[in-house]
Design a protein around this ligand. Structure first.
Ligand SMILES: *[C@@H]1O[C@H](CO)[C@@H](O)[C@H](O)[C@H]1NC(C)=O
Ligand SMILES: *[C@@H]1O[C@H](CO)[C@@H](O)[C@H](O)[C@H]1NC(C)=O
Length: 374
């Protein structure tokens, strides 16, 4: 039997599969059978619904958390930069099996249009709930994809990770989508203990089937850390789509929803688009796209959201600009003022208005500025 046959026969079973983030530092990388390597591993992809905490926590329902990554394998989180995982339905269609020969742009090893959607399936099937079926991303199209996130605990031992020491630090809106997915790392992430940190990939789809949650573990470590401020005790997120001022500020817990115990969010009724409310790693529950700027600015026991550095910078503010003008600057950096003080002021205003979600935006603006004004 060839490897190809093994892969194809396993792909035939993918129709009911869901998604996980694959990386060699994940728990149950080789599957959940002791001493065996399952190159077509899909053990971490199954959704979690109405389970006891002991079962949903790090996907213990099939013992995934009992199979740590090989010693020395860590998901590296470069402070102020980004890291990449492969979001797929099966390890067989990632670069981590069969030399990547079955990997495509998509998490099912198939080829789909760039603007893949229920209106542009190009021959792929619909799921039973009328959404994209392959891969089973629980969405109608990219814009409806609910968002996925990573959380971190500064505990090396997975058994010591609790809701109170596991904080969401990065969110990617409109995912799961393509296989290769990157997440930004806040620059203020402190270093992990010598044996590393424990991370979790989490996802709650927006409808398209049973209202499940997803959670799987990784061994991770922050590289290039300069901050030594520990992360704050995370607080439960709340539904705040209608009024962003009511969102939980600062470090947030992962969302536990529709489980038999330990839920930290409950919703009823409909969201602003008229669909049943589904908590998610997006603005509906106060999560920003990109790095958890919010989460890590409000670290430690900082009570004010203005750091001493901000106080110093505030003195540079000349004139608050209206939001439209800030948006304009964001998209037309050549309009940034040439004088350093004014430039700093504009960048600071963009930052305060949370318009600079990604540090590379800031870099981009600065480089552009330097090229054109020096
Ligand atoms: C997974 O299997 C490979 C052999 O293919 C081995 O090198 C690696 O250490 C295994 N990882 C774990 C976590 O068991
Ligand atoms: C995505 O799907 C939603 C729900 O079906 C729909 O309302 C929206 O118009 C679609 N967006 C695009 C860009 O196709």
């Amino acid at each position: 039997m060839t490897l190809k046959f093994l892969v194809l026969s396993s792909l035939a079973l993918l129709t009911n599969a869901h998604m996980a983030a694959f990386h060699k530092a994940m728990y149950c990388f080789n599957g959940t059978a002791s001493g065996q390597v399952n190159y077509n591993n899909d053990d971490p992809v199954s959704p979690l619904w109405m389970l006891k905490k002991s079962d949903y926590w790090f996907h213990h329902v099939n013992q995934c958390d009992d199979f740590p990554p090989a010693p020395g394998d860590f998901l590296e989180l470069p402070a102020g930069s980004s890291f990449t995982v492969e979001v797929a339905a099966n390890r067989g269609v990632t670069s981590l099996s069969f030399n990547g020969q079955f990997a495509t742009d998509w998490g099912d090893g198939g080829n789909h249009p760039n603007d893949y959607s229920v209106a542009n399936l190009a021959g792929a099937p619909l799921s039973s709930s009328g959404c994209i079926g392959n891969p089973n991303m629980h969405t109608q199209n990219q814009s409806m994809a609910a968002g996925t996130a990573f959380a971190i605990s500064y505990q090396s031992d997975i058994s010591q990770v609790t809701m109170d020491n596991l904080a969401v630090f990065t969110v990617r809106y409109n995912t799961p989508w393509k296989r290769v997915t990157s997440y930004d790392v806040p620059k203020d992430m402190p270093a992990c203990p010598a044996d590393g940190c424990t991370c979790a990939w989490v996802w709650i789809p927006n409808g398209c089937g049973e209202p499940n949650i997803y959670m799987q573990g990784f061994k991770c470590m922050v590289t290039g850390a300069t901050s030594t401020t520990p992360i704050a005790t995370p607080k439960p997120p709340v539904w705040c789509e209608e009024d962003q001022s009511t969102c939980t500020q600062g470090a947030k817990q992962i969302l536990i929803w529709n489980q038999a115990e330990g839920n930290n969010i409950a919703v009823s009724g409909f969201d602003l688009s008229g669909n049943p409310k589904s908590p998610a790693y997006n603005s509906k529950c106060g999560f920003q796209d990109g790095e958890g700027f919010h989460a890590l600015v409000a670290i430690g026991n900082v009570v004010s959201d203005t750091s001493p550095q901000e106080h110093r910078m505030t003195s540079l503010v000349h004139r608050p600009l209206p939001p439209q003008r800030l948006q304009q600057l964001l998209h037309h950096p050549h309009l940034l003022p040439p004088r350093p003080h004014q430039l700093l002021d504009r960048l600071h205003q963009l930052w305060r208005h949370r318009l600079l979600h990604h540090p590379h935006h800031l870099l981009h603006h600065l480089l552009h500025h330097l090229l054109h004004h020096t």
